[in-house]
Design a protein. Structure first.
Length: 554
């Protein structure tokens, strides 16, 4: 007899007893242990117990079987101190107390003596989630069979100092190389079947690319915890480099690696333009097909926080670990060729504000800091949306980390978070709602939370009126607005509000601006193609005329 201890990730620990010599593990009924999760194969693994030893065999499962984090390919001896990973479950094995003692050698069986077959034992099912096609979903009373015997008393445990320590799951520190990038690739080669050292980068599907990204993220967190990496740009830069080294992104990888390339514009698979130092030139190579381009764009964003722009499926936005912002049109939003624009010159300070790349030595920073200290209301405007987002992101990182901040849309994409940071997103609307969730409809709820700061991004024309209503007479707000800021702001705001269904005139719009915002940050583009704050205005009206005061000009 032996015992298998099964622990589900985030769940309870269960002890199962067996007296068979062979136990199969899988997702469906017919196995002795049923683990009903999608990442467990129907027939996943087989455990053999003979002569007091456990031997484990993977039955060509899709996601593999791991011992202490290392994937097994052949029948492998399992020690009692080992941890076996099957999908989201961790299995450990214990021999019976009688087997732990020096028992005499077993007597060979005599084929002439026919023994009655052992009584049939019911399968032990862990958890309650079964695939949709299964009709054998167990009830809570059936999770453990009534025929299961109670656990025998455990053998006395030796003192802690004498107990063998279970090896930790495979991590980046297991590699002999001191280079974090090489360590990560070594771990991936052990854990992901399709990743082999001699064949990277490899072409992968979106699901496998997402799995790789999740593994890398866990490894990077371990390195941060151990002090090998900082929490600032170093972690994001390493994750980006390792992902591009492992996943075949075609010509996309060298463009992302090249620091001279500030922007990538993909018109179709054979028409790509690169911007370097403010100048555009056509790329010498393209993608092999439209299908290949679509798959590469999906792999590029696999495992990242991304959203459908304006709620349109296929019109996507996501941000890479080391900063670039990707705006892409895929099926079904794009009926023909997939297209994308990648902005690499967006601020890359994705962690805690220690690297305010764009504003670290910018004279506009002093004006911004004073406004934040006073709890001012800012409007961020400019002709290019990603540049507005970049400036807004750096401004938010100047807000004290302990402040209670509510962000409406794109918190993950902009890359900031903190102990008092709450995100509201239009992607959270329930299926079947009569009215789609919009930025404008979320702002009153954000205000009801009484935060120190509200940050609103990706505002559309229809949302401008609710943004102004939210900003009026409150302290602490930063809103990114779809206004160019290059002409008369009052007239431009009036035109935007009319387009959004609110009829106003220029003078009326000027009064709205003064009541809603104290500072207007106008974002432009530097000579080398990077976003920069070109002007900061303090709002004001003189008589009936819009009369802002320039407090900063580049």
């Amino acid at each position: 007899m032996f015992t298998i201890i099964v622990t589900e990730k985030g769940g309870n620990k269960q002890r199962l007893e067996f007296d068979e010599e062979v136990v199969t593990i899988g997702r469906v009924q017919g196995n002795q242990i049923v683990l009903p999760r999608g990442n467990v194969s129907k027939k996943h693994a087989k455990l053999e117990y003979s002569g007091g030893e456990f031997r484990l065999t993977d039955l060509n499962s899709t996601n593999g079987t791991y011992i202490n984090g290392r994937r097994i390919t052949d029948t492998t001896l399992v020690k009692q101190s080992d941890s076996v990973y099957v999908g989201e479950f961790i299995l450990a094995f214990e021999r019976s107390p009688s087997d732990l003692a020096d028992a005499p050698a077993p007597i060979p069986s005599n084929p002439r003596h026919k023994m009655p077959p052992p009584p049939r034992r019911e399968a032990k099912t862990i958890g309650s989630e079964m695939p949709e096609h299964s009709t054998n979903t167990p009830s809570e009373d059936e999770i453990f069979s009534s025929s299961a015997k109670e656990s025998p008393p455990r053998a006395p445990r030796p003192p802690a100092a004498q107990r063998p320590k279970a090896p930790a799951p495979a991590s980046a520190k297991d590699s002999g190389s001191g280079d974090p990038m090489e360590q990560m690739i070594d771990v991936l080669a052990r854990q992901v079947k399709r990743v082999e050292r001699g064949s990277i980068p490899v072409k992968l599907d979106e699901g496998t690319a997402g799995k790789i990204r999740l593994i890398l993220r866990d490894l990077a967190r371990d390195m941060v915890t151990s002090g090998k990496l900082s929490r600032t740009g170093e972690m994001g830069d390493l994750l980006g480099r390792v992902f591009r080294a492992v996943v075949d992104l075609g010509p996309m990888a060298p463009w992302l690696e090249d620091p001279a390339v500030h922007e990538i514009r993909i018109v179709r698979s054979d028409s790509i333009w690169l911007r370097k130092s403010g100048e555009w030139s056509e790329a010498p190579v393209g993608f092999t097909s439209e299908e290949s381009l679509a798959e590469i764009l999906k792999c590029l964003g696999a495992g990242l926080a991304w959203r459908n722009d304006e709620g349109v499926p296929g019109l996507v936005r996501f941000r890479l670990e080391d900063g670039p912002l990707v705006l892409a049109a895929l099926s079904p939003a794009c009926s023909g060729n997939p297209t994308a624009t990648i902005y690499k010159n967006i601020s890359t300070s994705l962690s805690n504000g220690a690297n305010l790349d764009m504003m670290s030595e910018d004279p506009a920073r002093e004006v911004i800091e004073k406004g934040i200290e006073a709890g001012s209301r800012f409007a961020v405007v400019g002709a290019i949306m990603p540049y507005r987002l970049s400036v807004l992101t750096d401004m938010v990182r100047l807000i004290p980390s302990l402040a209670f901040l509510v962000g409406v849309e794109d918190l993950d994409i902009m890359g900031f978070s903190g102990p008092g940071c709450v995100g509201l997103t239009t992607g959270g609307s329930r299926k079947g709602d009569d009215q789609p969730t919009t930025v404008g409809s979320l702002l009153p709820r954000a205000n009801d939370l009484s935060p120190d700061w509200i940050v609103s991004s990706t505002v559309g024309w229809a949302d401008i009126a609710p943004v102004i209503a939210c900003a009026t007479n409150r302290r602490g707000m930063i809103a990114e607005l779809p206004l160019s800021g290059e002409g008369l702001l009052d007239e431009e705001l009036a035109a935007a509000m009319v387009a959004g269904g609110v009829p106003v005139t220029g003078p009326h719009a000027a009064n709205l601006l003064v009541n809603a915002f104290e500072l207007i940050v106008i974002v432009g583009c530097s000579g080398d193609g990077k976003p920069e704050i070109s002007k900061i205005l303090r709002t004001g009206v003189l008589g009936d005329e819009w009369s802002p005061k320039t407090v900063f000009k580049r």
